[in-house]
Design a protein around this ligand. Structure first.
Ligand code: PMP
Length: 388
């Protein structure tokens, strides 16, 4: 039967995007395709709010985008500060360590963010070349406010690299205004395209730092020397080649970016925020506790909630799956079996979340959890009706 994919990526894609994937694959130097690629570059600047930034579109996953930023900007013995709010923060440390950097990690407790003062003390006491932060850590559902951290990085002449895999096109991002040097993502999340594209936008300063490297880039595939001329050519609507672009994915990206542009980023972020708040209200009414310690630092793209006491988590997810609703288990190794995650980004609508809540209510009741059918839905409806 029909399934509703409500994990934090891949998500449910718009039908037009899926149709674009299924079109006959054209040559990567055909005029139509060059036009699509060029349009993607232009529209990325709008979504990222980075009119001055340099977009890159490469076949790969979000992890490749993380790796590409590190490969091009980090050299042996550089100091790098990793600000971690979960699993993907730690991954960034592993990536940066591969390039021989001297890495310091500041780790938040589960469900919390790293204190701004602690970040400033580090930046003041050591000459960091770059810092990384995860906008929304998909393992915890915690959202970090990137702006004050980016401003601190600027104050101490340090590059800022934002892992926006679970935020770009769902959460507010103003790359140029906030002064973030790299904002990166993968296609399968709020950008709304099947998995397979690594996307990033680099600031003018990031490009300068890369141009002034003392050593050559250690990864052949990730080296901006190979990709920059290609991206520039496509933007100028000239044919070009380094590695064969994933033609269908890029046509799908163009389709999705146009849908995003039509909705408008402000409206889109507002939709994510309102649905996320209402959904949390619904879950709270069903007595769920959340990993993020407050609403203020809760993501709008996914929710991470503990299973209620006495409820068998795998039985709960299996019941939803029988209803056709696919949710995700926990990702933090130490808490894997005590929480689960629901993605609500991209094409998500109130109807999708009503389906999740109603199915959850029935499953909980069947598993003996003391809630009444309709309690979660009522709170959800109330929150949507009184949104501010
Ligand atoms: N960072 C974050 C915040 C993510 O959520 C993910 C994917 N879940 C990644 C990085 C890695 O992306 P990918 O799985 O596409 O390599």
């Amino acid at each position: 039967g029909r399934k509703l994919l409500m994990i934090p990526g891949p998500i449910e894609f718009e039908p037009e995007v899926l149709h674009a994937m299924g079109r006959a694959t054209s040559s990567h130097v055909a005029p139509d395709f060059i036009e699509s690629f060029g349009t993607c570059i232009e529209l990325m600047r709008e979504v990222w709010r980075s009119p001055k930034g340099q977009p890159f579109i490469v076949a790969g996953t979000g992890t490749l985008a993380m790796d590409m930023a590190a490969a091009n900007l980090i050299e042996k013995d550089d100091r790098v500060l990793v600000i971690s709010t979960g699993y993907f923060g730690k991954r960034y440390k592993d990536i940066i360590d591969r390039y021989g950097a001297k890495t310091t990690i500041l780790e938040a407790n589960v469900g919390e963010v790293v204190d701004l003062d602690a970040i400033e003390i580090e930046l003041k006491n050591n000459a960091y070349k770059a810092l990384t932060l995860t906008h929304v850590d998909t393992s915890t559902g915690v959202r970090v406010d990137p702006e004050p951290i980016a401003k601190l990085a600027q104050k101490y002449n340090c590059l800022s690299i934002l892992d926006g895999v679970c935020s770009v096109a769902g959460e507010e991002i103003k790359q140029d205004d906030w002064g973030i040097d790299v904002v990166l993502t993968g296609s399968q999340k709020a950008i709304g395209v099947p998995p397979g594209l690594a996307l990033l936008v680099a600031s003018e300063k990031a490009i300068q730092v890369w141009e002034n490297r003392k050593t050559s880039v250690g990864s052949y595939y990730s080296d901006w020397n190979n990709w920059l001329p290609i991206i520039k050519a496509y933007e100028e609507r000239r044919p070009s080649y380094f590695g064969t672009p994933p033609v269908n994915l890029i046509v799908a990206l163009e389709t999705s970016l146009k849908i995003i542009q039509k909705e408008g980023m402000e409206t889109r972020v507002k939709r994510h925020r309102e649905l996320a708040r209402a959904f949390r209200a619904g879950l709270a009414a069903l007595k769920f506790d959340f990993l993020p310690k407050s609403n203020e630092i809760s993501a709008n793209t996914l929710t991470a909630a503990y299973y209620p006491e006495g409820v068998d988590g795998s039985a709960l997810l299996a019941k939803l799956s029988k209803d056709g609703i696919i949710l995700a288990g926990g990702l933090l190794p130490e808490l894997k079996t005590s929480y689960f995650r629901i993605g609500h980004m991209g094409s998500v609508s109130s109807n999708d979340l009503i389906a999740v809540l109603s199915s959850l209510e029935r499953a909980l009741i069947e598993l003996g959890h003391p809630v009444k059918a309709g309690e979660g839905l009522q709170a959800f409806q109330h929150e949507l009706l009184t949104k501010n």
